[in-house]
Ligand binder design. Structure first.
Ligand code: D5M
Ligand code: FE
Ligand code: ZN
Length: 482
């Protein structure tokens, strides 16, 4: 039911022969009721003078001084979206081509490094009699450390290579290698004709200058809203969204909002989830999302990738959230639905968006990495040039014929979510953002000792890469570490 102040304001305009555009209507619903009468009377007077008898969102935005500043450059491109590329490869042959593609893509990436001129196939190294060091590369299939000796097995299309590591420091590096990760090794034939590994070289990120926006435009980074969950911080997120329409000078420059997955809590994602939901269907959850998003000014472009809670395929890479669950969200002019992972360019700044499912597997198997510091895991992914190397653990990976999880393009910003801990860092000129969450700690998270820092909005100035943040969680002080 309409508030009586709003009904009064609308009737006033209608009686003066005005039409009210639906956008303006939505806007007015969120205006302080005490101000409604004055606003409508002012606008009606002004527009009657101009002989224009429709009230639209523009009029209201001009009135509030929050009208889109069209002098701000605001260009975007979707550089990579897995959605149209997803095939339905199956079974062993599917995985064979996935790993062949992974090997080939990463070998091409590593060929930019000077050592790779000396790269040989595993078969040819195995038959070589050379006394010099040689280089091989492959995917890690096994690493075992026993009695101070580390054994590593790599595979390339020609065969399998086994090498031993004696050096203590290099053993530590080997311990952080992920299963199925691509690596280059400097090797030599040992005294008993086995191979000794003398160095391990990941594809990594070369030093490079990042792309910056010419105009001072801000992008907001969010993820893990978990709309539909009892623990979704609806009030706080709505407060942040309404700030986007405020006259605040930073809010006036926000042109992009990125949502890094787990937009909704989903249905049937974990046992007894229904008891922790306030919206019991995907449609209801996405409807609420649409409602919240509709409060973001129309000139702000919103990019949404799926996470493990969103509808659609669970295995990586994930296609965009299917249109069938909420076509009006899809059809909104300012919403761009893409898959996970995706690369978008915002005024020339390349942003790699990935929900971050693989973090769970990586923290479990890698010494020195933990949920407390997701950006350290992100650095690990960048060094491996792969978003989800480990196959066969918790993170499902689909047998795509092309490995779409390889980090082909070097991003300027790497945006991840999933672990519900907002954190910032830099790696080789790349801004690393874990955008935290908008869901309070769940009983499950409490039971495993996961402490999220929800309700932090991160905003990046795309011209300077300066990051601002706002904390909407009253329980915590400024806990953002960078
Ligand atoms: O996941 C949020 C974080 O919680 C993420 O790091 C995984 C972890 N998590 C959530 N549910 C489980 C279960 N059942 N087992 C292990 N780890 C879990 P989200 O994607 O928001 O659910
Ligand atoms: Fe999540
Ligand atoms: Zn998640």
């Amino acid at each position: 039911m309409l508030k009586k102040e709003l009904t009064f304001a609308l009737n006033y305009a209608l009686n003066k022969g005005f039409q009210i555009h639906p956008d303006a209507f939505e806007f007015l619903e969120n205006v302080d009721v005490k101000k409604l009468e004055k606003i409508i009377k002012d606008i009606v007077r002004e527009k009657t003078r101009k002989k224009l008898f429709q009230i639209n969102q523009d009029d209201l935005e001009s009135y509030f001084g929050i009208k889109d500043d069209s002098s701000l450059e605001c260009e975007y491109k979707v550089l990579f979206d897995p959605t149209p590329k997803i095939t339905s490869g199956e079974g062993v042959s599917g995985y064979n081509s996935l790993f062949a593609s992974r090997f080939n893509k990463l070998k091409r990436i590593i060929s930019d490094r000077p050592e790779s001129r000396m790269l040989k196939s595993i078969t040819s190294v195995k038959s070589a009699q050379s006394e010099d060091d040689m280089y091989v590369c492959g995917l890690v299939t096994t690493r075992i450390t026993e009695r101070n000796i580390t054994k590593l097995i790599l595979e390339d299309p020609s065969g399998s290579f086994e090498g031993i590591i004696f050096d203590n420091e290099l053993q530590k590096t080997a311990d952080t290698l992920l299963n199925d990760q691509f690596i280059m090794a400097r090797v030599a034939i040992g005294k008993n004709s086995g191979f000794i590994i003398k160095d391990l070289i990941p594809p990594d990120i070369p030093d490079q200058a990042s792309n910056k926006s010419e105009s001072e435009v801000y992008a907001v980074f969010l993820s893990d809203l978990h709309i539909g969950s009892k623990y979704f911080m609806e009030e706080e997120l709505r407060e942040f969204v309404s700030w986007l329409s405020s006259p605040d000078p930073v809010a006036r420059k926000v042109r992009f909002v990125l949502i890094g997955g787990d937009a909704v809590d989903g249905v049937g994602i974990y046992p007894n989830q229904d008891k922790e939901l306030v919206c019991q269907t995907i449609e209801e959850q996405l409807k609420k999302m649409e409602d919240i998003i509709s409060k973001i000014p129309n000139y702000v472009k919103i990019f949404i990738i799926p996470g493990n809670h969103d509808p659609g395929r669970r295995a990586l890479p994930q296609p965009a959230i299917p249109k069938k669950y909420n076509s009006s969200l899809w059809e909104k002019d300012n919403v761009v639905m893409v898959g996970n992972p995706a690369v978008v360019s915002l005024n020339g700044v390349k942003v790699l968006m990935f929900h971050g499912q693989s973090i769970d597997d990586i923290v479990k198997t890698t010494p020195g990495l933990s949920y407390d510091s997701p950006t350290n895991v992100m650095k690990h992914l960048l060094r491996a040039r792969h978003l989800s190397p480990i196959y066969g653990s918790q993170t499902p990976i689909a047998p795509e014929s092309e490995d779409l999880m390889v980090i082909d393009e070097i991003p300027d910003i790497f945006h991840v979510g999933h672990v519900h801990r907002a954190q910032l860092d830099m790696y080789k000129g790349i801004l690393l953002i874990n955008s935290g969450s908008w869901q309070n700690q769940t009983p499950f998270q409490a039971s495993v000792g996961m402490t999220p820092n929800p309700g932090i909005a991160l905003m990046v100035n795309l011209k300077t890469f300066q990051v601002l943040h706002q904390n909407y969680n009253s329980k915590l002080d400024n806990i953002l570490q960078s």
